[in-house]
Design a protein around this ligand. Structure first.
Ligand code: NAD
Ligand code: G6P
Ligand code: MN
Length: 432
């Protein structure tokens, strides 16, 4: 059986993950799941660890759950390491969301300057984790869920020898939502995905071998919903969608409807509602009250209030495809390698991959159409610079990264953002 190490084990998403392992136990024998956290997360880890044990017990499996603050013991000899940690916690996320709003710039966990700040805090930690993996479990697969997942995966691909796959629930979520819109079984829906993490388009939608993208676009034009819990469900312009001829992901609203979304964020940050991190703090508090109940032994439905729906489906089916040598298609973040010739070879892209025991092999996308090329290329240029800044701590590189970002209007504002981000994250930025 397998040894799994989950870094950031105290996450409220852990019961989702355990549920996924229980559901697939017939194809994926797991001996041990190590839940790793840090001193700050000890309390959460204890509550989640006990719930995980009750869930396993109820399922009748004999998988051992080990909650620990000792990362190295957890990583040693692991077959799969999963990362789902948040450096600085939700307090740091709330700052990431509020700093840009001072300058009328989007304040979001992964998109724009908020995602930049999160990447700067996360890169030193992921590099440390990868050193442990290189030393203690060099053949392990690292399944990275930690945001900004595209940039963190690119960091690992460029700067370590660890075998990694970046994972997001948006593609699988889009498949499920499109199936729902078309009223067909989601197993029948296949989408060709092209793009980057949180900047991915569905270029074709197949049901029974037929491309039905126009039907999906018609439904979206009629107001069908396709979003995540953390993103307001603003409707798309019909002429825009019909001429785009692709399905944008929920995060595209931040680029295509920037004015409306910044206005909405400013309003909510000035009201009782607060930013998303502030809302999530409340959701999390009530989730942990529920998790504490010694009679609870299943994944509670209240977890659906978070944005990470289908995380366990995506993660556990991916691990199973590797373990069982399935040659199954998964939409994941991998090294481009010419898959999208309009982008550099060594960057991370989010595309369909054939996954077997040798890992993910991306399926060629080809040159990007002009409609989406400019946006992808400029966001990727920002990501490349941000990764380099996160590794080196070079102020100039960081300034170039923020300046290149399409949602940052000027050098002046890039600089103010950068100075605020460095000042307010001092304790988490050893590289700067
Ligand atoms: P969270 O705030 O609950 O953090 C999870 C745990 O990480 C906490 O218990 C915390 O103590 C711990 N942690 C912090 N620093 C750590 C370190 N250095 N080592 C080990 N553990 C550490 O966060 P969450 O809301 O559960 O989200 C976890 C991560 O997953 C975030 O990065 C989030 O952005 C990401 N996420 C990704 C997706 C995706 O689609 N890829 C979806 C949802 C969440
Ligand atoms: C989305 C994304 C994640 C993101 C999360 C936010 O679905 O794919 O990458 O971090 O959900 O959810 P939250 O509930 O924390 O706002
Ligand atoms: Mn995501």
């Amino acid at each position: 059986g397998l040894k799994i190490a989950v870094i950031g084990g105290g996450s409220s998403y852990t019961p989702e993950l355990i549920d996924g392992f229980i559901k697939r136990a017939n194809e994926l024998p797991v001996n041990e799941i190590y839940l790793v956290d840090i001193m700050d997360g000890k309390h959460k880890l204890e509550i989640v660890g006990e719930l995980a044990k009750r869930m396993i017990k109820k399922s009748g499996l004999s998988t051992k759950i080990i909650s620990t603050l000792d990362r190295r013991t957890a990583i040693k000899g692991a077959d799969f390491v999963m990362t789902q940690f948040r450096v600085g916690g939700l307090k740091a996320r709330a700052r990431d969301e509020r700093i840009p709003l001072r300058y009328n710039v989007l304040g979001q966990e992964t998109t724009g300057p908020g995602g930049f700040a999160k990447a700067m805090r996360t890169i030193p930690v992921i590099m440390d984790i990868c050193k442990d993996i290189e030393e203690l479990s060099p053949s392990a697969w690292l399944i990275n869920f930690t945001n900004p997942a595209g940039m963190i995966t690119e960091t690992i691909l460029k700067h370590t020898n660890v075998k990694t796959i970046g994972l997001c629930n948006v593609p699988i979520g889009m498949v499920k939502m499109v199936a729902n819109i078309l009223d067909v079984d989601s197993a029948k829906v296949k989408i060709d995905f092209v793009g980057l993490n949180h900047l991915v388009w569905g270029s074709k939608v197949y049901v029974n071998g037929e491309n039905v993208i126009n039907r999906v676009i018609d439904k979206l034009c009629d107001g069908a919903s396709l979003t995540m819990k953390n993103i307001p469900d603003l409707k798309w312009d019909k002429d825009f969608l019909k001429s785009l001829k692709m399905i944008p992901c929920p995060y595209h609203r931040y680029y295509y409807m920037t004015d409306d979304l910044v206005a909405e964020e400013i309003e909510s940050s000035n009201s009782e509602k607060g930013t998303r991190a502030e809302q999530v703090q409340k959701i999390e508090k009530s989730l942990f009250e529920i998790y504490k109940n010694p009679d609870l032994d299943i994944k509670p439905p209240q977890l659906e209030k978070r944005g990470g729906a289908y995380y366990s489906d995506a993660a556990v089916s991916l691990i199973s495809a590797i373990y069982n040598d399935k040659r199954e298609i998964h939409t994941v973040n991998v090294r481009n390698n010419g898959t999208i010739p309009s982008l550099p070879h060594d960057v991370a892209v989010e595309v369909n991959c054939v996954v077997d025991s040798t890992g993910p092999k991306p399926i060629t996308v080809g040159y990007l159409p002009a409609k989406i090329k400019g946006l992808i290329q400029s966001v990727k240029a920002y990501e490349e610079l941000a990764v380099q800044a996160g590794i080196t701590g070079n102020y100039g590189t960081a300034l170039q990264a923020l300046t290149v970002h399409p949602l940052v209007p000027s050098v002046k504002i890039a600089k103010q953002l950068l100075d605020d981000i460095i000042r307010e994250n001092r304790e988490y930025l050893p590289q700067f």
